[in-house]
Design a protein around this ligand. Structure first.
Ligand SMILES: [Fe+2]
Length: 247
């Protein structure tokens, strides 16, 4: 039964117990949002700490993870993801290769072609990423996206051979950002491809390796990004400005 009444003028009169309940509820919801903010800050601190460990292990993979986050976010915005979704996508992209912490330096930093055995050790990194992240309750979803970032649209990827839309959307997005960065960044032993050449590669493998709709949207998003003529990008979780082109 409502405790609200009206006086002769029609104005609502609140009984004292009702008023107390309302104030208590207000305090509770303020406390709730304060706790959520606090939790978010702790998550971000944990994220930066883990990424710092990755930077110590392999500076290239650290920079690569920043750029994959930037490429993934550009695609995420292009397909109209919400701010909340973009935040999760950023986290997942930043962490997609975190499992490389567990790959021996002799394999991870090898400038030449990997042997079959070394390739198998490298192939384990998405599952390792998931294993590292699942330990932290707030990163459970992010762990799933990281685990599947090497699945292919045609089902011939790894670790689970997922196919088409069975692959989480964020994993499909990260795969495109990941491959694009791998193609366009320069390494001591080879020069990165021009964006136009990399677009053509994405198109060629669209429908086999990549989700065709996403591959198309990515090229549109990147052409818009290039037109901005900015050399650096920023992220919301990691501070600082990052070079768009890997040296
Ligand atoms: Fe990867």
């Amino acid at each position: 039964m409502s405790k609200k009444n009206k006086n002769e003028t029609g104005a609502k009169i609140y009984s004292l117990p009702n008023l107390v309940t309302n104030v208590a509820l207000l305090n509770l919801s303020e406390e709730n949002s304060r706790l959520k903010m606090e939790q978010k800050k702790i998550c971000e601190m944990a994220a930066r700490t883990i990424l710092h460990a990755l930077d110590c292990k392999d500076h290239y993979t650290y920079g690569h993870s920043m750029r994959v986050a930037y490429f993934s976010l550009s695609l995420g915005r292009e397909i109209g993801l919400s701010e909340e979704e973009l935040y999760d996508l950023e986290l997942a992209a930043l962490f997609h290769d975190i499992g490389k912490i567990g790959v021996p330096d002799s394999v991870l930093l090898k400038p030449s072609r990997l042997t079959e055995e070394e390739f198998l050790a490298m192939k384990d990194h998405p599952s390792q990423s998931a294993e590292i992240l699942t330990g932290f309750t707030h990163f459970e979803e992010v762990a799933k996206y990281a685990k599947h970032h090497h699945e292919r649209w045609d089902g011939r990827g790894y670790p689970d051979g997922l196919k088409g839309e069975d692959i989480p959307l964020f994993s499909r997005i990260i795969l495109i950002g990941d491959t694009f960065d791998a193609m366009t960044s320069s390494r001591p032993y080879r020069k990165g491809l021009d964006y136009e050449v990399a677009y053509a590669e994405l198109e060629e493998f669209s429908g086999s390796q990549f989700d065709p709709e996403l591959a198309k949207a990515f090229v549109t998003a990147m052409k818009r990004e290039v037109a901005k003529n900015e050399k650096t990008f920023e992220l919301s979780i990691v501070d600082g400005k990052f070079e768009k082109n890997a040296a």
